[in-house]
Design a protein around this ligand. Structure first.
Ligand code: GLA
Length: 390
């Protein structure tokens, strides 16, 4: 715990009685004033151990509005986000588990994790850089999904440090992925910084550097249900995505290379639509529902609004801003009732992910913006998730 470390800095060098009185008034004053003041501190606690004995830390941040964010160091994972609805009722609106064993179980569909080195799919688990071929483990039919099998970034334990600036409080996580880890070339130094502001925005800044050319695509895999995690569906949520185009996929969910207009398709979210309105048209299509990359209209690398998600009953609104060119909208089609935090279960299509990213399989698709990071350059990506009410 890092809270309250300044206790005892008042009243030094006087008599015992004075010290006692002073201490008593400090305790009384603390009870009245400090709970509010201290809320701004990041609380660091032990979250448990991984199966191979590594300690996992939890970091709890409470902003001036009483909004709570919890992060854990396994996978630099967003584990909890408690926000008020339009009546002030607090709910945790994201998926997660109560312990490390839950996160290590097969029920964990990358809940809240930082995903990489290359989020999303690489066709055939293969790619070439300067004529040299690299082969990865396949974990999604014929393809590699979300950075590999054992030491992808969602599964390793990161170093976490509380941070603070004029906008809010947060945690900076760092991890160095050695050359060849999960088959990727080059040593990759990664940093993911979360910052919770008093405007209920959670800003995520990604940075990475390498000593050899290597593909990089980091993202966050939080599942949201704005009625509260564990609520039965996201089909009643209204979604807007600032994308005129999307990338159609083949039977294994690899983009065909085409950049297709959303106009006249169930992918047209340029105006708000309920997710459930057209999703069943996709039941027999690859992905079995929404699991597609949207080509965001903002291709300038500047932070801009990409998504708005509105849940009418709670009045909660999630806005997503990003510097990235793409967004994977995954509608929870593979959820099958995982038992999770607080005894809740996560049913089919009861959570959705909005993963800001480069397009899937970009490393093999010259028509897409490149995800190759060169030595001497810094990979940078910002994503802001903000939850408000209307
Ligand atoms: C991604 C993929 C989905 C699925 C989930 C994890 O977002 O696009 O197909 O694999 O991760 O279950």
């Amino acid at each position: 715990m890092q809270r309250g470390t300044f206790v005892g800095t008042y009243c030094g060098g006087r008599g015992t009685l004075v010290r006692l009185l002073c201490f008593t008034s400090f305790v009384v004053a603390s009870a009245l004033v400090l709970p509010v003041a201290l809320r701004a501190e990041v609380e660091v606690t032990d979250f448990g151990k991984t199966a191979d004995g590594k300690a996992v830390k939890a970091f709890t941040i409470t902003n001036s509005k009483g909004v709570v964010v919890k992060l854990i160091s396994r996978g630099a994972t967003l584990a909890e986000w408690r926000v008020p609805d339009k009546h002030g009722k607090m709910d945790d609106v994201i998926f997660g588990f109560d312990d490390v064993a839950g996160y290590e179980s097969k029920d964990n569909g990358y809940f809240g994790a930082t995903v990489g080195r290359v989020a999303n799919r690489i066709a055939g688990g293969k790619f070439k850089i300067d004529g040299e071929e690299y082969t990865l483990a396949k974990n999604d039919g014929p393809n590699t999904l979300h950075g590999g099998v054992k030491r992808s970034l969602d599964k390793v334990v990161w170093n976490g440090k509380p941070i603070k600036n004029q906008d809010g409080e947060g945690v900076a996580f760092t991890y160095t992925s050695p050359d060849g880890e999960e088959g990727f070339p080059g040593k990759l130094d990664c940093k993911v910084t979360y910052l919770l502001t008093n405007k209920n925005a959670l800003r995520i800044d990604y940075e990475a550097t390498t000593d050899q050319a290597t593909p990089v695509n980091l993202t966050n895999h939080t599942y949201f249900n704005l009625s509260g995690a564990g609520s039965p569906t996201i089909n009643d949520h209204e979604l807007m995505i600032a994308a005129d185009h999307y990338t159609p996929i083949d039977a294994t969910l690899i983009p065909t290379g085409e950049i297709a207009p959303v106009e006249g398709t169930p992918f047209d979210f340029r105006e708000f639509h309920k997710i459930g309105e057209r999703v069943d048209q996709l039941n027999d299509q690859p992905g079995k529902g929404y699991d597609h990359n949207f080509v965001l209209n903002n291709q300038a690398g500047k932070l801009a609004l990409a998504v708005k998600l509105h849940e009418p009953k709670s009045g909660r609104v999630l806005s997503v801003f990003t510097t990235e060119p793409g967004l994977q909208f995954y509608g929870g089609n593979f959820l099958t009732g995982a038992k999770a935090k607080g005894g809740k279960t996560y049913a089919y299509r009861s959570g959705l992910c909005l993963e800001t990213q480069h397009y899937p399989n970009s490393v093999n698709e010259p028509k897409f913006p490149s995800m190759l990071l060169q030595p001497g350059r810094t990979y940078k990506h910002t994503c802001v998730y903000q939850i408000t009410t209307e």
